[in-house]
Design a protein around this ligand. Structure first.
Ligand code: SAM
Length: 310
């Protein structure tokens, strides 16, 4: 299959299910974007905590922006984005083979195949050089998409050794990938700089014609929890404040900035962490349903914060 450059009719969707994904909030977030994005005076869009990319795909599809930049600290995610950027047709071929095989299996064969793939995925991790493209990235990207869509609850989680450790889910006919969507994603990525690293990585590119959207991991409710569901060291209060300092630095450079986070007042009405940290900036609340939560009773409607310097 060859990637055509015809216009993309629908907004590309995340190709992975990602904890904290903003799919369901995107229209609400759009209502708070800066006017400069609507009137075409933003030249550069930067999203440093890209995750599944719901906001990025929406923005890149809807608005005319010359330069797009995405990054994440999760190397597997960056491998997947880079693979789709340059090798989407080969990736689709591999996914097609994997999916056809998986769907032909009965329940116990499906589970066996899942665990074989997971073991293979984990065993190759250390031999990969994450800096330079290697043909093995193709197989790895196909595997992470397959594992993400067939694992229990659909998420990416690794243990302290860095091994993907989610058990198999039970699905009859899961939707593993959509070739049209992957091509739309690839088309957008042609014009995107992708990098692996900390959220401060793109600092030198940020000026007064830049719009930056930050969607960091949620602030852990208890500061003692060591790992978030992404299994990076927890994005605790000191990380949240490091990000706040960076936010201020970019504000001083004249960039337009939006940051989202979960509202601690969902749990404790007296928790003023973000009001204190972002005093003087605009703070809005939007309603969301939390999707990935091990406690089914807590899958309810909650507030999310949007913090803006405009
Ligand atoms: C809430 S998720 C982003 C979700 C995304 N907006 C979406 O719609 O899927 C946060 C992301 O931040 C990444 N992350 C955590 N710490 C980071 C850091 N210090 N620098 C850059 N990215 C980081 C995680 O790997 C994760 O992908």
């Amino acid at each position: 299959m060859v990637l055509t450059l015809s216009t993309i009719p629908t907004v590309p969707k995340p190709f992975l299910k990602w904890a904290g994904g903003k799919n369901q909030l995107i229209e609400q977030i759009n209502n708070f974007f800066p006017n400069e994005l609507f009137n075409g005076s933003i030249k550069r869009y930067i999203e440093p905590f890209i995750g599944g990319g719901a906001v990025f795909f929406y923005v890149a599809h809807k608005y005319d922006i010359q330069e797009l930049f995405i990054s994440d600290i999760n190397a597997e995610l960056v491998i997947a984005y880079k693979t789709i950027q340059y090798h989407v047709d080969d990736l689709i071929e591999i996914l097609d083979k994997i999916t056809t095989k998986y769907l032909s299996f009965d329940e116990s064969e499906k589970s066996k195949y899942y665990y074989q793939t997971r073991t293979h995925f984990n065993s190759r991790k250390k031999s990969l050089n994450l800096d330079n493209y290697h043909f093995e990235w193709l197989e790895r990207t196909a595997q992470i998409i397959f594992l993400n869509k067939t694992c229990f609850n659909g998420l990416f989680r690794v243990n302290s050794k860095g091994d993907f450790n989610v058990p198999a889910g039970i699905y009859k006919k899961p939707s593993i990938y959509d070739p049209k969507n992957l091509k739309s994603v690839a088309k957008i990525l042609q014009n995107t700089k992708i990098c692996h690293g900390d959220f401060t990585e793109y600092e030198s590119f940020i000026d007064d014609q830049t719009f930056v959207y930050f969607d960091p991991p949620y602030r852990p409710i208890s500061n003692t929890s060591k790992f978030t569901s992404y299994s990076q060291p927890s994005f605790n209060d000191s990380e949240q404040l490091r990000l706040r300092d960076y936010f201020k630095k970019l504000d001083n450079k004249g960039a337009l900035i939006m940051l989202s986070n979960s509202d601690p007042k969902n749990e404790n009405i007296n928790d003023n962490f973000f009001e204190d940290a972002y005093g003087g900036y605009k703070i809005e609340r939007v309603r969301a349903t939390r999707n990935i939560n091990s406690n089914a009773l807590k899958r309810n409607s909650i507030n999310e914060l949007l913090i803006m310097n405009y």
